[in-house]
Design a binder for this molecule. Structure first.
Ligand code: AMP
Length: 537
């Protein structure tokens, strides 16, 4: 009588989550902002009914089990329908970040072997810049108006209108449900493939009180884009629990978001520090303009929030709660919430605790490792690279890329350098990966350096992250000009613009005679950072 198999091996799949939303919360409201600024309302019931028809239509087009389908969409109802339809029909939801350079997007869709793509009409220019490199079998367009579509494109609405609802096929929890690419330190982006099991468990875990504390009474507005790491799990958690959703569409300026907070009685939201910074400035400028009494917490993650920002929101009676995560961790890895041990702590001690990255989610294991391979003690002083493992942490990248990011005993190497205190609370102190995070999006300093050094007038170049109040970090290029040559910053910027999006280009170029190097010959970026940060202050 001791066999575990006497319990049902019920599949942990997104199909179960979609069916639960359909049965238990069909009337739960989904508000959305249209591109023209107006606000509309639909429901889980309506969205899933459309998702079933969409799935049949996609199957008619030949999309089957395991096929990746790309999306180039904002946080909008059609994206929600695809979040439901693709995994439930056995296909793979592959969300694309429209802000990437077209070369990068081109690489990503080729690597993922996407068979079809669903594009918002307003993003057709982005799509057309990269698609010749890969001819999709089907290009499906979500139209905003009645303008006729170019030859060969399929109308999303026409597709749904002509199809019968699909009965979901039997599921396998280990099958791929979604994928998302992450920018690497060097080289090309790497694909993270999420299983149904990982996302189903992640959805459940995200609702825990010590994590995002999500209930049926919540109305969630994800400012975080639905193309960024599964919108931090909020979509599937909302469907599982039965919370309302508000999808802000393309308008993510502070005023538009705050208007929705008020009109839709939003209770929780989530976004990167740059978004919150803009919102805080708007609130500081007009503290009485919005009634935000419904909001109980706002999750900040993707980059480190400052104490000043936390305190700034405290002054408006709004609570920022920090989470740490990665595309490779689905993304929730840890959340920072004070425990009982801080019951008698002063305000200052509480803020010190809130800017830490927090305690690992249940079932996520953490450890810190020094360069020499030794594990660090949990004394909040020793520093080491954070390694994690758990049921929603990647074990490999798509196509076996980046195998060095995984240890032999199955842990994922995050590239974040941390201290861990006796309670297991993380504090990120540095980054071992050579990347810059601007407004929640990555810029690879190594790739920028290589391209700069391919310029005929450049002898050496190092790119470093400079602290920036609005964007978190911005790139600064330190350049040694080749002997006898002269070159202007604008010419270098133009050279980089051929492969990089505008927001990825360095704001500043500093010309020096020599770049300091470490004993092993690498650029000494810490020295450069100290030099230029102190010059700025
Ligand atoms: P991504 O895969 O684009 O979500 O980026 C993940 C990386 O963002 C992490 O490895 C960290 O370097 C950084 N990050 C995420 N959350 C935080 C946070 N709360 N504080 C500091 N850095 C963060």
């Amino acid at each position: 009588m001791r066999e575990g198999l006497m319990m049902d091996d019920y599949p942990l799949s997104l199909t179960r989550i979609v069916e639960r939303a359909e049965q238990f919360s069909p009337g739960r409201r989904v508000a959305f902002r249209r591109p023209d600024g107006s606000v509309g309302h639909t429901s889980f019931g309506e969205g899933i009914a459309r998702a079933r028809r969409l799935a049949s239509a996609l199957a008619e087009l030949g999309i089957g089990a395991g096929d990746a389908v790309a999306t180039l969409l904002f946080n909008q109802p059609e994206h929600l329908e695809l979040y439901f339809a693709l995994p439930a029909m056995g296909a793979v939801l592959h969300t694309l970040n429209p802000r990437l350079h077209h070369e990068e997007l081109s690489f990503i869709v080729n690597d993922a072997q996407d068979r079809a793509i669903i594009v918002d009409e307003t993003l057709l220019a982005v799509f057309e810049a990269f698609h010749p490199a890969r001819s999709f079998e089907h290009v499906i367009v979500v139209r905003a108006g009645d303008d006729p579509l170019p030859e060969g494109y399929v109308d999303f609405e026409a597709l749904i209108a002509s199809a019968a609802p699909m009965s979901w096929p039997a599921e396998d929890e280990l099958r791929a449900a979604a994928m998302c690419y992450t920018s690497g330190t060097t080289g090309r982006p790497k694909g993270v493939v999420y299983s149904h099991r990982a996302l189903a468990l992640h959805s459940l875990m995200g609702a825990l009180p010590d994590l995002m504390d999500i209930s049926r009474r919540d109305v969630i507005l994800p400012v975080v884009p639905m193309f960024h790491a599964n919108a931090w799990g909020l979509i599937y958690t909302a469907a599982l629990i039965g919370s309302g959703l508000v999808l802000p569409g393309p308008r993510l300026d502070a005023e538009s978001v705050l208007d929705l907070f008020e009109s839709e009685r939003v209770t929780m939201s989530a976004g990167v520090p740059t978004v919150w910074m803009a919102i805080l400035q708007a609130l500081d400028a007009e503290p009485d303009r919005w009634d935000l009494g419904s909001i109980t917490r706002m999750i900040v993650g993707g980059a480190a929030p400052s104490k000043g920002m936390m305190r700034g929101f405290d002054r408006h009676g709004l609570r920022l709660i920090q989470g740490w995560g990665m595309t490779e961790t689905s993304p929730l890895g840890s959340v920072s919430r004070p425990g009982l041990e801080l019951e008698d702590a002063s305000e200052e001690e509480l803020v010190d605790d809130r800017v830490r990255q927090g305690i690992a989610c249940p079932l996520v294991e953490i450890r810190g490792r020094r360069d020499d391979g030794e594990l660090i003690p949990w004394d909040d002083a020793a520093m080491g690279e954070l390694e994690v493992r758990g049921p929603w942490v990647a074990r490999a990248y798509h196509g076996g890329q980046g195998a060095d990011k995984f240890t032999e005993d199955g842990w994922f190497r995050t590239g974040d350098v941390v201290c861990i205190n006796a309670l297991g609370n993380l504090r990120i102190c540095d980054r071992s990966k050579d990347l810059i995070k601007s407004g929640g999006e990555w810029i690879s300093s190594v790739d920028l350096e290589n391209l700069l050094m391919s310029h005929p007038d450049v002898a050496e170049a190092a790119v470093i992250a400079m602290p920036d109040e609005r964007w978190g970090e911005r790139p600064l290029a330190v350049v040694v000009v080749r002997a006898g040559a002269t070159v202007e910053a604008d010419a270098l910027r133009e050279h980089l613009a051929r492969e990089y999006a505008k927001w990825q280009l360095p704001d500043r170029f500093e010309f020096v005679s020599e770049i300091p190097r470490t004993a092993t010959g690498k650029f000494k970026k810490t020295a450069l950072r100290e030099l230029f940060v102190s010059q700025t202050v």
